[in-house]
Design a protein around this ligand. Structure first.
Ligand code: GDP
Ligand code: GDP
Length: 436
C-alpha cells in the first residue's frame, strides 16, 4: 500500500528544500498563508521515471523541524519515524563545507537504521570531484555530486535511486464505498471513536502486509451505504499483547490522506489545538480533502470550560472556510452518529459535476459583489469558469493576467463559490487558464 518513500535529511542550509523543489518541480512559495499554521511543503508525490511510471512520495524532513531544534535536540521522533519507514534516504551534505560534526551525528543515526542511503553532495557545481573523497569516510557509500540549484547530477541521482525502490502492488479492491480517514495525534481517542462507529457491526479489518507505515482498512455498512474506515492508530495492534508506543507517523498520515474521500481530524477538547494538530491540519488542507473537525472528550468539561474551548477554536479555525466542527464523546458515543450526515453530504458534493452555465452565473455575481482587483495597473479579467475535476472539485478560471490573482481575491472566490453551490465540508481547488 502507498507509494515508495524517499526521505531527505541533512543539516540546515545544505539545500534540502531546493532539491525537494527540483524533484517535485514546484516553485511554490514556502510562505505560510495563515498565522500560526505551518504550510511549508513537507511532502510531494513525484513521478520519478516517466517510462516506468514510477511514482514516489518525497518527504523533506527539514519541513518538520525548525532549524534550531535539529541542532539542539538531535533528530526528533517525527523525523526518526519518517526515516525508519522510508525506502530510500537521501542524506544531503554541502560539498563545499566538507564533513562537519553535525553531519557525523546524523550519519551515526543513519547507519543504525540499515536503510538504503544515498549520500548526496550538493552545491557541487564547478567543483573538482576529487575534493569530495572525504565524504567516503562517513561509511555510507559513494557520494553522488549534484547541484540542486542548477539541476546538475539529478538524472544520475534518480538512476541510482530507481533500483532501490520496492515494486508497489496496489490493492485497490479492499477499498469500498466512502473512504474515511480518522486522523489525530496519539491519545485523542481515534480508536475509541472507531470502536464506537463499528459497535455491533461484524467487520473484518484488513491488516495489509504489515509494515508499520500501513494503516488498517475496515470496510463496513451503515444504513445501506458502504464505507471503509482508515484506522491510522491500529485498533488491532492495540489489542495485541505486543502493544507498541504509537509514534505519530507522517507516512501513515500521508498514505491515509491519499486514499481518503473524507477526513475526520480528531482534536482533544482538553488540550486545544496543539502544534502537532496544526501541522496535521496543514497536511490535510494541502490535499484538498473533505474535512470534519471533531472535538473529542467533550464529556470531561464543565459548562464554563466548554464555552472557553469553543471561543478559542473559533478563532484558531476561522481561516478554514469549508469545514464544520463537531463536539463529541467517543467514550460515551454522544454526537458520533450525527457525523454521518456531513460525511455523506460531503462525499456527494465532491462527486458532483456542475454545469458551466450555473458556474458562470455565480461568477457574474462574484464579480459584481467584489470586482477583480487591479494588479500592476491592470484590471484582472476573468472571462469564464468551468469545472475540470471532481475529488477535489476543481474550477478553471479563464481570462487575462490571472497568474497575478492575489491570495485575498482567490479566497474570496473560493468562499463565494462554496456558499453559492451550498457545498458541505469540501474545498474548491482553483486553476487559472490565462491568455497572457
Ligand atoms: P535547507 O535548509 O537544507 O532546506 O536548504 P535550502 O534549500 O533552503 O538552501 C540553502 C541555501 O543554499 C539557499 O540559499 C540555496 O539557494 C542554496 N543552494 C541550494 N542548492 C544549491 C546548489 O546546488 N548550489 C549552490 N551554490 N547553492 C545552493
Ligand atoms: P488514540 O491513540 O487516538 O487511538 O486514542 P484512544 O482511543 O486509545 O484513547 C486514548 C485515551 O483517551 C483512552 O484512555 C480513552 O479511554 C480516552 N478517551 C477516548 N475518548 C474519550 C472521550 O470521549 N472522553 C474521555 N473522557 N476519554 C476518552
Amino acid at each position: 500500500m502507498g507509494l515508495p518513500i524517499i526521505c531527505l535529511i541533512g543539516r540546515p542550509n545544505v539545500g534540502k528544500s531546493t532539491l525537494f523543489n527540483r524533484l517535485s518541480h514546484s516553485r511554490q512559495a514556502l510562505v505560510s498563508d495563515f498565522a500560526g499554521l505551518t504550510r511549508d511543503r513537507q511532502y510531494a508525490k513525484v513521478l520519478l521515471n516517466d517510462d516506468t511510471q514510477t511514482f514516489t512520495t518525497i518527504i523533506d524532513t527539514g519541513g518538520f523541524t525548525n532549524k534550531v531544534n535539529l541542532v539542539d535536540s538531535g533528530i526528533q521522533d517525527q523525523i526518526l519515524s519518517a526515516l525508519e519507514e522510508s525506502d530510500v534516504i537521501y542524506f544531503i551534505l554541502n560539498s563545499r563545507d566538507g564533513v562537519i560534526s553535525l553531519d557525523l551525528e546524523i550519519a551515526s543515526h543513519l547507519r543504525r537504521l540499515k536503510k538504503n542511503i544515498i549520500l548526496v553532495c550538493n552545491k557541487a557545481e564547478g567543483l573538482n570531484p576529487t575534493l569530495t573523497t572525504e565524504f567516503f569516510e562517513l561509511g555510507l557509500g559513494k557520494p553522488i555530486l549534484i547541484s540542486a540549484e542548477h539541476g546538475q547530477g539529478i538524472d544520475n541521482l534518480i538512476n541510482t535511486t530507481l533500483p532501490l525502490l520496492p515494486k508497489v502492488t496496489v490493492n485497490e479492491e479492499v477499498v469500498e464505498g466512502i473512504t474515511i480517514a480518522v486522523l489525530g495525534k496519539p491519545n485523542v481517542g481515534k480508536s475509541t471513536l472507531i470502536n464506537h462507529i463499528l459497535r455491533e457491526k461484524r467487520v473484518i479489518a484488513i491488516d495489509l502486509p504489515g509494515t508499520t507505515r500501513d494503516s488498517i482498512y475496515i470496510p463496513f455498512e451503515r444504513k445501506g451505504q458502504q464505507y471503509t474506515l482508515i484506522d491510522t492508530a491500529g485498533i488491532r495492534r492495540k489489542n495485541s499483547t505486543h502493544e507498541k508506543i504509537e509514534i505519530f507517523s507522517i507516512i501513515k498520515t500521508i498514505n491515509a490522506l491519499e486514499r481518503a474521500h473524507v477526513v475526520i481530524l480528531v482534536l482533544d477538547a482538553q488540550t486545544g489545538v496543539t502544534k502537532q494538530d496544526a501541522s496535521l491540519l496543514g497536511m490535510i488542507l494541502d490535499k484538498d480533502k473533505a474535512l470534519l473537525i471533531v472535538i473529542n472528550k467533550w464529556d470531561g468539561l464543565d459548562d464554563y470550560q466548554k464555552q472557553e474551548v469553543k471561543r478559542k477554536l473559533e478563532v484558531k479555525l476561522s481561516f478554514i472556510s469549508y469545514t464544520s466542527v463537531h463536539y463529541i464523546s467517543a467514550l460515551h458515543g454522544s454526537g458520533v452518529d450525527k457525523l454521518f450526515t456531513p460525511i455523506n453530504q460531503s462525499y456527494q458534493d465532491a462527486c458532483k459535476q456542475h454545469s458551466t452555465s450555473i458556474l458562470n452565473k455565480i461568477l457574474d455575481k462574484a464579480n459584481h459583489g467584489h470586482q477583480p482587483p487591479l494588479v500592476k495597473g491592470r484590471r484582472l479579467k476573468i472571462k469564464y469558469v468551468n469545472q475540470t475535476n471532481i475529488f477535489p472539485l476543481t474550477l478553471a478560471f479563464h481570462g487575462n493576467h490571472l497568474q497575478n490573482v492575489p491570495n485575498a481575491y482567490e479566497r474570496y472566490l473560493k468562499k463565494f463559490f462554496i456558499n453559492s453551490l451550498k457545498l458541505t465540508n469540501i474545498p474548491i481547488k482553483i486553476e487559472y487558464k490565462s491568455g497572457n
